[in-house]
Design a protein around this ligand. Structure first.
Ligand code: NAD
Length: 247
């Protein structure tokens, strides 16, 4: 799907080594963007970039929970590619457990990666974008943050928090030409959902009006739309990509 919708722009995608993040990086690249693939380990990000292939790619190691690490990625991106127009907060982890069994460590780990990580990304990226007078930030939330999932009190709270972050930042940045939106994927085939039992996966699928799980590329399409000028008058929005679940 190479329509050059984001040609000449520079994008950072966090958690880009696999799954949804890799699909987002690939689609932005196919549409002409220079793409920085960020993940915990340099070799993982490097393999992902090699899998996409071609130029306009920069793999970088970064822990999104670390302020200095996030700031460094933004700085290095601007040094390498000269600008930053698109930032996708996608990195994520799950530490599912019932309230009876969930530890404070499980809670904090999930809040740190999703909520603090996204906040650090929004802050660092918007500092560059507001100076340039343009930019689009896309935060990956989840339908779990809309509906709440049993066994995911940490994850649902973090993903709902990302919606609040998105709307507050959108209000602060709108008059500076920077848009901030969120995507809420439903059940998507990736390493994260491969950890579910086949029975739990099938039960979830059966509850989806479209009767199937989504593919990472179907989330990437929504991100490309929000990253591009096709969505030029959309900010503070939450776009659901869930096959009709929880509509
Ligand atoms: P995944 O586990 O396949 O990939 C997540 C990536 O994030 C990995 O490459 C991992 O190394 C990276 N990552 C984790 N912690 C990081 C950190 N501190 N710093 C940098 N990178 C880090 O997961 P996925 O299914 O592709 O999920 C991507 C995003 O989509 C996540 O935010 C997830 O919560 C969200 N999401 C997924 C689903 C789904 O059904 N798969 C549904 C809704 C939302």
């Amino acid at each position: 799907m190479g329509a050059d919708l984001v040609a000449g722009r520079t994008a950072i995608v966090t958690g880009a080594a696999q799954g949804i993040g890799l699909a987002i990086a690939r689609l932005l690249h196919e549409n002409g963007a220079k793409v920085v693939l960020v993940d915990l380990a340099a070799d993982l990000a490097g393999q992902a970039a090699a899998g996409i292939g071609g130029d306009r790619l920069l793999p970088l190691a970064c822990d999104v929970t670390d302020e200095a690490s996030v700031e460094q990625v933004v700085r290095q991106t601007v040094e390498e590619f000269g600008s930053l127009e698109i930032y996708v907060n996608n990195a994520g982890i799950a530490r599912d457990a019932s309230l009876r069994k969930m530890s404070v460590d499980d809670f904090e780990a999930v809040m740190n990666v999703h909520l603090k990580g996204s906040w650090l990304g929004v802050r660092a990226a918007s500092a560059v974008m507001r100076e340039a007078g343009r930019g689009s930030i896309v935060n990956i939330s989840s339908l779990s943050g809309k509906s709440g999932n049993a066994g995911q009190t940490n994850y649902s709270a973090a993903k709902a928090g990302i919606v609040g972050l998105t709307k507050a930042a959108a209000k602060e940045l709108a008059h500076k030409g920077v848009r901030v939106n969120a995507v809420q994927p439903g059940l998507i085939r990736s390493a994260m959902t491969a950890a579910m039992s086949p029975q739990a996966f099938a039960e979830r699928e059966a509850a989806i009006p479209m009767r199937r799980a989504g593919e990472p590329g179907e989330v990437a399409g929504a991100v490309l739309f929000l990253a591009s000028d096709l969505s030029s008058y959309i900010t503070g929005a939450v776009l659901e990509v869930g096959g009709g679940r929880f509509m």
